[in-house]
Ligand binder design. Structure first.
Ligand SMILES: [Zn+2]
Length: 491
């Protein structure tokens, strides 16, 4: 079998047995077709299932709620302080709905970096139950931190009157009653994960985690050989915070991690919008990767990641769709198109074609970041049968000049017809086969009034904070921020 040509992919039959691809070839001969299903893939592109390498299922119900909200303000909506605890029914329903959206747009693996606050075992069980029932593959991490949000955002402490400070920390906060990662190790990491689940660790962001917590995270990741997902430099304010608080490391968070000895190859840094040149080189040197989320970065006015510089440095680049309240679509086609287009802004000089790079970021690189590159992300014998079949009897693909360019620049998800995970057809003719979709919508409708009521309360609370939020945001945008990656940096 020749190496995959993403522009003109070869015609071939794909044989699957159990959860694996066992053969690929033209006019595959099968003598005994009893007990065998044949899925007619004529007039379809067969893709490796997409890997949504950065996603949070905790705010699935908040899709379409916000616009024109900068990141620092958005956190108060997505992970609000003093949020009434969510019901198990709501957590179950939102997990099902998010997984359904991901599958219907051709994702077979999602990295769920989930905040469950306050943590309850029954909530975790509901999440696992939902994923098991839907049949999607999940790289699962709980999100944790040991520093309060208000201490990690520039100007907030001084801008807001002290009586408002309790309203500014968010639910991605230190658990006071529970050693969350110790509990996660005992109850989950030490045991084999459920089918289609693999474990990961989710320190919220380096500035929200003490050196001791980051060290503990990396030690656990090495002991259990699991990946780590964290956020870095999503907004200008996050880079500014590093400059203001890390004078010993030239104001660079990645250098802090490198000098603390925790810049591990298992790390995946979501966003990476405001990385400096030196930090990009450090990531490449340590084989740490990034996960870009262009939709959310643009919607929350964060900026554009240095795509070309990251590529030229050889940094592993995955793609994600992030939160439903900021992206808002779980749609890898949109993410790929933005990735390919924004490369033009990250370096305006024409460079290598980006469509195949976008497809690889959405498949292979995401799998590698999850430490699953030897079993996922490509179509090859021996790998897991996680496949997406896109219907080419559609204006998107007629005529077919380049499968890669038409997938990235024209397709928006309409063509996704069948999705196979672990050798099982979980979406057939655009319908979920594992769970009746109408029961998912009914479950969401049942919990939605309570969610909507609580979200309205939060919105009113944030509205009261708006004058100070605006003032702090203006200070962040006005502050000087040196960044040594011209021509798109600040300096
Ligand atoms: Zn995120």
């Amino acid at each position: 079998m020749p190496a995959t040509d993403w522009n003109e992919p070869p015609r071939a039959d794909i044989a699957i047995a159990g959860d694996k691809i066992v053969g690929i070839g033209l006019d595959y001969r099968i003598d005994d077709t009893r007990n065998m299903e044949i899925l007619d893939a004529r007039d379809h592109l067969v893709l490796p299932g997409f890997v949504n390498a950065h996603y949070h299922s905790h705010d699935v119900l908040a899709k379409g709620t916000l616009e024109e909200v900068p990141l620092e303000t958005w956190r108060l909506y997505a992970l609000p302080p003093q949020y009434p605890p969510r019901s198990t029914e709501e957590i179950y329903a939102r997990t099902l709905l998010g997984a359904l959206e991901c599958l219907r747009s051709g994702m077979t693996t999602i990295q769920d970096m989930l905040t469950l606050y306050p943590y309850e075992e029954r909530h975790m069980d509901a999440v696992m139950k939902a994923y098991d029932e839907v049949g999607i593959r999940v790289v699962f991490a709980l999100q944790y931190a040991d520093r309060r949000g208000i201490d990690t955002i520039p100007f907030w402490k001084d801008t807001f009157p002290p009586e408002l400070h309790p309203l500014l920390s968010t639910a991605a906060e230190p658990e006071h009653e529970l050693d969350l990662i110790g509990h996660f190790e005992t109850t989950r990491l030490k045991s084999p994960p459920p089918p289609r689940v693999s474990w990961a660790l989710g320190p919220s962001a380096p500035e929200r985690c003490s050196p001791a917590l980051m060290r503990r995270t990396v030690e656990l990741a090495q002991r259990y050989d699991v990946p780590i997902y964290t956020h870095i430099y999503e907004s200008r304010g996050m880079a500014l915070q590093a400059r203001l608080t890390l004078p010993h490391y030239s104001g660079l968070l990645i250098r802090r991690l490198a000098e603390e000895g925790v810049l591990d190859r298992r790390l995946n840094f979501a966003h990476s919008v405001w990385l400096s040149r030196e930090e990009i080189d450090l990531l490449a040197e340590h084989n740490a990767g990034v996960v870009l989320n262009p939709q959310g970065n643009l919607k929350m006015k964060c900026g554009i990641a240095p795509i070309r510089t990251l590529q030229d440095a050889g940094v592993r680049i995955g793609l994600g769709c992030d939160n439903c309240s900021c992206s808002d679509a779980q749609n890898m086609f949109v993410a790929m198109k933005l990735f390919a287009l924004l490369a033009a802004i990250s370096d305006p000089v024409p460079g290598p074609p980006q469509s195949v790079r976008a497809l690889r970021a959405a498949t292979e690189a995401g799998a590698e970041g999850a430490r699953l590159g030897d079993v996922l992300g490509r179509i090859a014998p021996g790998l897991k049968a996680d496949l997406t079949l896109s219907d080419t009897r559609d204006p998107t693909f007629s005529p077919m000049n380049s499968a890669a360019r038409q997938l990235v620049h024209i397709e928006a998800g309409r063509g996704v017809r069948h999705v196979i995970v672990d050798g099982k057809v979980v979406v057939r003719d655009r319908r979920l086969t594992t769970v009746d979709e109408s029961t998912i919508y009914d479950a969401v409708n049942a919990v939605f009034p309570e969610f909507r009521r609580d979200f309205a309360t939060i919105s009113q609370r944030v509205a009261k904070l708006q004058p100070w939020l605006d003032c702090a945001h203006r200070q962040i945008m006005a502050a000087e921020l040196d960044i040594d990656r011209l021509p798109f940096g600040d300096a």
